[in-house]
Design a protein around this ligand. Structure first.
Ligand SMILES: Nc1ncnc2c1ncn2[C@@H]1O[C@H](COP(=O)(O)OP(=O)(O)OP(=O)(O)O)[C@@H](O)[C@H]1O
Ligand SMILES: [Mg+2]
Length: 225
């Protein structure tokens, strides 16, 4: 259903109840689309709502108003099980601090989305091997995150975000902790996934990262600027 527009926000709003009397309007009516095969940058000052929007598209949180559609399905209309399934099957996420589990090997980290989907062991093994090869760290499968470089950790995180062939890859400052060479590698990998038909939505403060995207969406105070 509506596979060509995996991400759609329609007047999406998010209000966080404040600790004091003041509530925060983190998203104040955002509408946008990301088509399959498109790599889109979300830019704007700290606090403008980029991560909030990624959390809504990633089905981690629901909008307070308006609609977020993932694969043509309005997230607010789904029950918890359907929302979890949508998140596990259709979304991959890459974070600034990689978020690999330290007690698991690189291969075990990358396998997680498939383990959560209860795929057969043989399928998991072959897909993990292919995903690690695709990001150029096939030789690090048995290493632990602490035993590889930051750039390699982020490549592992990209393998984990894409091993289950999601329709949408969300990236929140994926190059924020990397030197420029590793950052360029990460951006090139994300580009490759876009060329394969995935929709990539990346929040970034880096003009270099934004410049490799097909489109730049600027945000300011919870709105599209
Ligand atoms: N869980 C939360 N509870 C309350 N307020 C929040 C919460 N998460 C974010 N906010 C507030 O919502 C606004 C938007 O935050 P958000 O994290 O989306 O910004 P951002 O654009 O990702 O910023 P940065 O570039 O610094 O990562 C900010 O004012 C922030 O303080
Ligand atoms: Mg953020």
């Amino acid at each position: 259903m509506n596979g060509s527009v995996p991400v759609r926000a329609l007047d999406a709003r998010k209000v966080y109840a404040g600790t004091g009397e003041e509530s925060v309007h983190a998203l104040d009516g955002v509408s946008l689309e990301v088509r399959a095969g498109e790599m889109v940058a979300l830019v704007g000052p700290s606090g403008c709502g980029k991560s909030t929007l990624l959390n809504l598209v990633g089905c981690v949180d629901l909008p307070s108003g308006g609609t977020i559609e993932v694969d043509g399905r309005a997230t607010s209309s789904l029950d918890d099980d359907a929302l979890t399934a949508l998140r596990r099957e259709r979304i991959g996420t890459v974070f600034q601090f990689f978020n690999l589990l330290p007690a698991m090997t690189i291969a075990e980290n990358v396998a997680l989305p498939l383990v959560l989907q209860r795929r057969p062991r043989a399928e998991i093994d072959s897909r993990v091997t292919a995903a690690l090869e695709a990001v150029g760290i096939g030789n690090k499968a048995r290493s632990y995150p602490s035993q590889v470089s930051g750039g390699q950790m982020q490549r592992a995180a990209i393998a984990r975000a894409t091993v289950h062939d999601p329709a949408i890859v969300l990236a929140d400052e994926p190059t924020g902790n990397l030197d420029s060479q590793s950052g360029a590698t990460v951006l090139a990998l994300l580009r490759t996934f876009a060329s394969n038909g995935q929709a990539i939505l990346m929040a970034t403060h880096s003009t270099e990262a934004a410049s490799v995207c097909d489109r730049i969406i600027r945000m300011q105070d919870g709105r599209i600027a």
